[in-house]
Design a protein around this ligand. Sequence first.
Ligand code: AKG
Ligand code: FE2
Length: 313
Amino acid sequence: MGYVIGPLFTYRTGTRANHVVFFACSRGLWNVPFIGNSYVINATLLKKYDRSKLNYAKDNLDADMAFCANLRDLDVFLYVSNRVDFGHLVNPETYDVTRTEPEMYQIFDNERDWEDRFIHEEYPESFNPDKKNAQPCPDVYWFPIVSPRFCTSLINMMEAFGKWSDGSNQDTRLEGGYEAVPTRDIHMNQVGWESHWLEFLRKYVRPLQEHVFLGYFHDPPRSLMNFVVRYKPGEQPSLRPHHDSSTYTINIALNRRGEDYEGGGCRFIRYNCSVVDTKPGWLLMHPGRLTHYHEGLLVTKGIRYIMIAFVDP
Ligand SMILES: O=C(O)CCC(=O)C(=O)O
Ligand SMILES: [Fe+2]
């Protein structure tokens, strides 16, 4: 599917008001009076015409309008074709090369690329009505959600920032200044990635929640505690039993058990049930309060990274 800008019948030279963008549902080639943003030009034209005529200036028109007007005056045939897939446009407006992992920040501006890069290829399968969603412990669901690239990018973002909390109960990042069960972590807002994370929750996590915990709707999901945890022997290797202050919690594994670290995992005490064979890019989703008292199991070697959000506190 391609798009055509400015159908012949509504076009008036010199005004933008009449430009119409429409999707062509069939494939073909259309003669158009105006093209913008991105185009391919036959190089022989550049040799053939006098540059005083073939240029980007005419009256008070914008450069793209002037260029097309000059081409029309020269009787150059302008057309749009979707017979070949040329790819798609990237919006460079907010691309910030000063960020570590700038692509991760593109969830709003280049949604399609973001999804291709960062969402797990099996994500849509979780909604297949013929498929039974994995439930390693009672009411603990397990879904593929993000790609390996997402996991390494998020770890890079956090390690480049580097200011891991000290694991004490005093935490100035929190409203009350106190964290009862502290982890060594970095919050999403410390790396300027909170709005992006919330969009990810709304767009990709919320539908999974609605799919398995029927009848609970909260759109957009609210989440004040969004962070990456680092478990490491000699630093903080485990987390004592606790409840999360959330309606539901998501816990995304970011690296590989057995390769990057040994030990680790999450144990749900009421059910005496542990999830230890966690997989990078897979998310655990469980109720936060009352039933799902849990602990982070001891990491004996290497570093374990997880991404946590307490949704709807
Ligand atoms: O280590 C885990 O998987 C559990 C982490 C956790 O419970 C938390 O951060 O609240
Ligand atoms: Fe927890």
